[in-house]
Design a protein around this ligand. Structure first.
Ligand code: BTN
Length: 331
């Protein structure tokens, strides 16, 4: 049996056993290995950040999961969530979005997911960079071949953002909000950013990459005041570290399902309800910079294409299709 799946079998057995012990003999029999070989594999997993307890005559128990992503643990959690899409795991990469595009171009199976522990050139919206050296966070890019006209996909990334808000509320009771177009906020601070990129060929979107950077358990010791004032994490919101691999699996399942419901046209009934529930800007005074122009007004929901409507002081309604929105009064 190949190394990787042996690891997954061991990890799955220990996860399922929860607080009870799994005997070395049972693992050895399942894997067709000697007990010493099982012990050696556990040693290797320990070096990768797993913590086990070993008790003579009882067996092994999993005490702690690694704090940085481990490909076998990701796979076990993905299996548990019933996700059967390919996961392209990388220790480090320039940008998972760039890598997602490269893989789509090279014929990778899609839908799929590119996930990396760190990125050396992570990208944000509007040409910004996304810092991604902290292994306590999630950097992933979903890859799709929608083969649909661009206008049909105009509300897809909003829909995915709304479903991610819903999943974070439902699973961890964290009251997140969506700030148009694609920021997740907790108490006004940024928890996650999303970047959708596509290639278009004769009016149809051929390749679509949907990247999410989510702060889960970052080391905030090195956060300077400016960052601490603007950013937050699931751990800060919850007051405790969250299980990184489980969060990854729940979010992956959420995004893949959101994509399917959108493509099948089954999103419309819920869209408005979720938008009303999670919109961070509704009726707020906002500023939007569009090139050299600054638009100021009050956020007034979405138009049918997903553009943000702003009511200006003279009563005009302007639809903003792209840009950066700030709440008036914030820098
Ligand atoms: C933003 O808020 O500006 C969007 C940030 C998007 C960051 C994610 S991290 C995973 C994926 N890969 C990237 O290079 N960027 C996105």
């Amino acid at each position: 049996m190949e190394d990787k799946s042996s690891n997954q079998i061991i990890i799955q057995a220990l996860l399922e056993a929860k607080d009870t012990y799994v005997s070395g003999e049972a693992l050895a029999n399942t894997l067709g290995l000697s007990r010493v070989a099982v012990w050696k594999r556990l040693e290797i997993l320990s070096e990768a950040g797993f913590r086990f307890e070993a008790i003579r005559n009882r067996g092994y128990r999993l005490l702690e999961e690694p704090t940085s992503l481990h490909p076998d643990l990701i796979q076990v959690y993905f299996n548990q969530e019933g996700i059967n899409k390919p996961v392209y795991f990388l220790d480090s990469i320039d940008s998972t979005n760039t890598e997602g595009m490269r893989r789509l171009g090279n014929g990778a199976v899609a839908p799929g997911l590119v996930i990396a522990r760190t990125m050396s050139a992570g990208r944000g919206r509007l040409g910004r960079s996304w810092m991604a050296m902290d292994t306590g966070n999630l950097y992933f890019s979903f890859i799709f071949r929608p083969n649909q006209p661009l206008e049909q996909l105009s509300r897809l990334s909003l829909w995915v953002g709304l479903k991610v808000c819903e999943a974070l509320r439902a699973n961890w009771d964290i009251p997140v909000q969506l700030k148009w177009p694609n920021d997740l906020l907790f108490q006004g601070k940024k928890l996650a950013g999303m970047l959708a990129e596509s290639t278009i060929d004769t009016d149809h979107v051929r390749h679509l990459v949907f990247g999410i950077g989510l702060n889960v358990n970052p080391n905030t010791d090195h956060w300077l005041t400016d960052l601490a004032n603007k950013a937050t994490s699931l751990a800060l919101a919850k007051g405790q570290a969250l299980p990184l691999h489980h969060v990854a699996a729940v979010l992956a399942k959420t995004v893949f399902e959101a994509y399917d419901t959108y493509m099948e046209g089954r999103y419309m009934a819920d869209f408005e309800t979720l938008w009303t529930r999670f919109d961070a800007l509704e009726n707020q005074p906002v500023k939007v910079r569009r090139g050299e122009t600054l638009i100021e007004g009050v956020a007034a929901g979405l138009d049918p294409t997903g553009a943000l409507k702003i009511t200006t002081a003279d009563g005009n309604k302007i639809a903003v299709h792209a840009g950066d929105v700030t709440l008036s009064g914030t820098p």
